[in-house]
Ligand binder design. Structure first.
Ligand code: F6R
Length: 617
């Protein structure tokens, strides 16, 4: 939530800031703003409520003077509605100091009261302005030492924050700090960058440094200095960004979501690539970590939203191949009960962004209770993998659309790789089962591509016909159940249509009462080759809802004729082993949600009220 970018160097910072914000806009799009220090040492600022385009238009009509030092922000509102006044940057010290912020300053009310008592005046309802005004006061008190003043401020803040600040007295200097909120450094030649994530600067440099918790960074064109909150030097961890800058562009697609759905085959292929050797699964990141998997008797998967659904699918694979009991829990629920976790528990977190606050806090809580932790993550340098004992990266490439699609299929793929690896290490998995799973993994990209090539048009047409639908239900069973949940979430999220996912077996325990003539119901049908019994049970669920007037849209493997008599539509997926079907069955549901949102004329990439990276609780 909220995107942050900072720049110092020889170039005009405005263009760099605005294009960085464009790449970070998925993090929040309630307002945007930039501040720059120009050649004569004057600080200029512009901010606008609404999407980044409004800021761009304003800068085009009335440009700010060129400046080579700058900070920029795109907001997802927490304290204060999305207005011009509440947009960042916030200014202080007679408008000579600018501050931007991501996170929530929990003690802002006390700080603001203290400052108001001293006569300071506030112009917004935000928690951020408190940090700006406090920094102005500390700056004066320090006799103009921006870094010392910044240290004094961050030591007083409670909550989660990434803060960037600059002052017109110090052209060529941007200071930043982070606590439980993301910030990475980009290293250029004679120029340096800060960003909420590497997307902010990947078009300029792939050399990056990760900043740890409770650390401060000062960037100048010549260098970067990282310290803790007390000013003691810290060595940041260097890494090379593997994302191709072009991967974060739309590349001719009408939306990022359309591009990212088209990349689902590649996301799976890239996640498997390099992890199969001599007919076995080899995860180089897990070398030397066998004790993580042998010394445990339980796995807890923690995640939120779509990532949580991938965990629900992963449970079936981990239990089958690794023979360990798995609980899958929403990260925000885990943290606020009294979980029974200890040294023999492995907590596997799943997060595309690696920054979801609920997941991060749950991982920290699990570690505090003695659990070992493994992160499945798509974003290099993100906080959750850095806080974990082990990492498996999904290689889906940057996901920009708010609705997660390619990351979801990559997450299930990574969970399967994990399950196979652990199964082998623990001696629970036979060579034959491993070899069969590898063939399935390697076939997946082609099979997903088949769905996109052969069914996409049909699904989009269906979505178009259903543009006025007010409610859609999704049913699934076994590994198809989480897919029903994912189909429903995606539809709610980008089409604003009421949608619910149910386990098909639950139908008669309540949800069947929702069925009335014309009610559309997607049914994920398991292959009869996996379990004839499960297949038969889902077919009878179809018969029951069809008899009550439901409009049934079945997602079924090619050649399954049992679905035909009672289904109004059948969306076909290629044959696959039963555990691998969810990675195929979800594709039509992603395409459908996107098609329906487009048919309603909605912004599929930036749905209302949402932001991609949920970095506040
Ligand atoms: C839904 C969606 C969200 C995320 C959830 C977790 O399309 O994108 O439900 O899956 O907010 O985000 P990450 O994976 O970044 O932790």
């Amino acid at each position: 939530m909220c995107g942050i970018v900072g720049y110092v160097g020889p170039r005009n910072s405005q263009e760099i800031l605005v294009s960085g914000l464009a790449r970070l806009e998925y993090r929040g799009y309630d307002s945007a703003g930039i501040a720059v220090v120009d050649g004569s040492g004057h600080l200029g600022m512009r901010k606008r409520a609404g999407k980044l385009q409004r800021l761009r238009d304003s800068l085009a009509d009335d440009p700010l003077p060129d400046g080579t030092t700058g900070i920029g922000h795109t907001r997802w509102a927490t304290h204060g509605s999305p207005t011009d006044a509440n947009a960042h940057p916030h200014l202080a010290d007679d408008d000579r100091l600018a501050v931007i912020h991501n996170g929530i300053i929990e003690n802002f009310a006390d700080l603001r009261a203290e400052l108001e008592q001293q006569g300071y005046v506030f112009r917004s309802e935000t928690d951020t302005e408190t940090a700006a005004v406090l920094l102005g006061r500390e700056y004066r008190a320090s006799g103009g030492d921006l870094e010392a003043a910044f240290r004094a401020v961050v030591r007083r803040l409670e909550g989660a924050f990434t803060l960037l600040a600059m002052h017109e007295d110090h052209p060529g200097l941007v200071v930043g700090a982070r606590r439980n909120s993301p910030l990475v450094i980009g290293i250029g030649d004679g120029e340096n960058f800060l960003g909420s994530d590497v997307a902010a600067f990947v078009e300029h440099t792939r050399r990056a440094l990760a900043i740890g918790q409770d650390q401060i960074v000062a960037i100048t064109p010549e260098g970067v200095a990282v310290t803790d909150f007390d000013g003691a030097g810290v060595e940041p961890q260097a890494f090379e960004v593997s994302w191709d800058p072009a991967a974060a562009d739309k590349g001719g697609w009408p939306s990022f979501m359309a591009k990212e759905v088209s990349e689902e085959p590649e996301a799976v292929a890239n996640t498997v690539r390099g992890r199969v050797r001599d007919g076995g699964i080899v995860i180089p990141e897990l070398d030397g970590l066998d004790d993580l998997f042998t010394g445990i008797d339980r796995v807890i998967v923690l995640a939120c939203g779509t990532a949580y659904y991938s965990g629900l699918v992963g449970k079936y694979a981990i239990e089958k191949w690794a023979g360990i009991p798995v609980d899958v829990e929403l990260a925000h629920e885990f943290r606020y009960r009294d979980p029974i976790v200890g040294a023999r528990t492995l907590v596997v977190s799943i997060s595309q962004s690696g920054e979801t606050m609920d997941t991060l806090m749950a991982v920290k809580e699990a570690a505090r209770l003695g659990a070992r932790t493994l992160s499945i993550c798509n974003t290099q340098g993100a906080t959750i993998p850095r806080e974990s004992d082990a990492i498996i990266y999904t290689h889906a490439g940057p996901e920009v659309a708010v609705a997660s699609t390619k990351a979801f299929v990559a997450q299930i793929t990574a969970l399967y790789l994990f399950a196979l690896h652990v199964g082998r290490v623990r001696g629970a998995l036979g060579a034959e089962a491993e070899a069969e799973a590898i063939v399935e993994l390697e076939e997946l990209p082609g099979r997903i591509q088949w769905i996109l090539d052969n069914e996409q048009e049909h699904i989009e047409q269906l979505a178009h016909w259903m543009a006025d639908t007010r409610s859609v239900l999704f049913l699934g069973r076994h590994v198809g159940f989480p897919i029903a949940l994912e189909g429903a979430l995606k539809l709610k999220e980008i089409s604003y249509i009421h949608a619910e996912g149910f386990a098909a077996g639950e139908l008669k325990h309540g949800p069947i009462a929702l069925i009335e003539p014309g009610q559309p119901v997607f049914v994920v049908v398991p292959s009869p080759r996996g379990s004839a019994t499960l297949h038969a049970k889902v077919i009878s669920a179809i018969e029951e809802i069809h008899a009550r007037g439901a409009r049934v849209i079945a997602i079924a493997e090619q050649g399954d004729t049992a679905v035909l008599p009672k289904s109004d539509e059948v969306l076909r997926i290629p044959l696959a082993a039963p555990l691998f079907e969810p990675i195929l069955a979800v594709v039509p549901l992603h395409v459908f949600a996107m098609g329906l949102a487009e048919a309603k004329g909605l912004d599929v990439d930036q749905p209302r009220n949402l932001a991609k990276s949920v970095t506040v609780e």
